[in-house]
Design a protein around this ligand. Structure first.
Ligand SMILES: Nc1ncnc2c1ncn2[C@@H]1O[C@H](COP(=O)(O)OP(=O)(O)OP(=O)(O)O)[C@@H](O)[C@H]1O
Length: 356
């Protein structure tokens, strides 16, 4: 697969202050990337720089091996092969749906333009509504029009800036999967900006976790969850708690859950104090185990139930068990740990909860 987007050592500033600092990433053709991070971390600034709406102070942004932004060069936004989908849809209210979708196709002969509009409307499943106006559509339908409009001129890259944040939870879930399918069916490359990790996981092939304008990790959803490179990524992505441990050999830790062993080696000295990340799905309800804990709360989530469990030391971990095992608050239960991807950080502060 060829690299379509290459961002190298990107720095962007507002009022001489670095908002994005030395950010590098690459995105392959046909992949959906995501910029994920808390409010104000700089996600939209990166998207604006790719679109050409924000100047690049240092570094460069290249599309198909050609630099589109650097400190000495900037291709005008309208000349970039980039389509945008905005949070508020940004449809033209006085134009019909078909006219909105055809907006960027003025250079095509009329017949070809009509054909392209029909093709796009079919793709987003809105052919029946071609002659309606935006205010006559639901939020989800308007966002599909916005995607069709962005895709119609066949850009190399689609940028999606929090496209689902005006929609309710159920619709967000459905639409994010629909949009992934549509983009994949055309082998479109896209970048999604969101602060919602579930959306990022459902839709994207590569995710960049951003903190204070610095990319912490650019990786697959699986690796972000199972191999977070630092505590911030471990805390921001997925749920989990830290328990205390001591290194006894490169892969083994002595903890109050016993000696636990993972599949990665740490080069710290034996005896090093560490915090070990325990994900809820690493904890197994196991009546044959000698490890006991007490259920302090539970959250029913359909097929599974998330339990907060207090260990003998008072430390809290979480366990996600199938919901047919209906256990009660206050119950003493036996658990074991099934964590192959053991993640540990050298740390001297008290163990802390990391669930968002
Ligand atoms: N026009 C501006 N002038 C000065 N500072 C700005 C401007 N726009 C954004 N910023 C600052 O740049 C930083 C990054 O903003 P940005 O909008 O990129 O963050 P974000 O991660 O997209 O946030 P959100 O999720 O809330 O949209 C913030 O600290 C913000 O206050």
């Amino acid at each position: 697969m060829s690299q379509l987007l290459k961002i190298k050592d990107l720095t962007c500033r507002y009022d001489n202050e670095d908002i994005i600092a030395g950010l590098s990433l690459t995105l392959n053709e046909g992949d959906i990337g995501c910029l994920l991070g808390p409010s104000g971390c700089g996600k939209s600034t990166i998207l604006r720089a790719i679109a050409g709406f924000h100047p690049v102070s240092e570094g460069s942004i290249s599309l198909q091996d050609s630099v589109i932004s650097s400190s000495s060069k900037s291709i005008a936004p309208e000349k970039r092969p980039v389509g945008m989908v905005f949070q508020d849809y940004a449809l033209f209210p006085h134009m019909t749906i078909a006219q909105n979708v055809g907006y960027g196709l003025h250079k095509l002969p009329s017949q070809k333009r009509k054909r392209k509009v029909l093709e796009m409307l079919e793709l987003v499943n809105l052919s029946d509504l071609a002659n309606r106006y935006p205010h006559e559509l639901s939020g989800g339908q308007q966002q599909r029009v916005s995607l069709a409009r962005a895709m119609a001129p066949e850009p190399s890259l689609i940028l999606l800036d929090e496209p689902f944040s005006n929609l309710d939870v159920e619709l967000r879930k459905r639409l994010s999967l629909d949009i992934r399918d549509i983009l994949k069916s055309l082998n479109m490359t896209a970048i999604l900006v969101t602060h919602d990790q579930h959306e990022a996981f459902a839709m994207c092939d590569q995710i960049g976790v951003i903190k204070d304008g610095i990319i912490q990790q650019w990786d697959s959803p699986y690796n972000l969850y199972h191999e977070p490179v630092n505590r911030f990524v471990a805390s921001f992505v997925g749920q989990g708690c830290f328990i205390k441990g001591t290194l006894v050999s490169h892969e083994k830790f002595d903890t109050e859950l016993g000696i636990i062993e993972g599949n990665r080696a740490y080069n710290w000295d034996n005896g090093s104090h560490v915090d070990i990340l325990v994900r809820p799905d690493d904890v197994v309800f196991d009546p044959n185990s000698s490890l006991t804990c007490q259920i302090v709360s539970k959250t029913f989530a359909g097929t599974s139930t998330l339990y907060r469990l207090q260990l003998e030391s008072g430390a809290i971990i979480e366990g996600l068990f199938p919901s047919h095992q209906d256990l009660y608050i206050g119950d003493q239960i036996n658990i074991s740990l099934a964590a192959d991807h053991l993640i540990a950080f050298q740390w001297s502060e008290p163990s802390s909860k990391v669930t968002q």
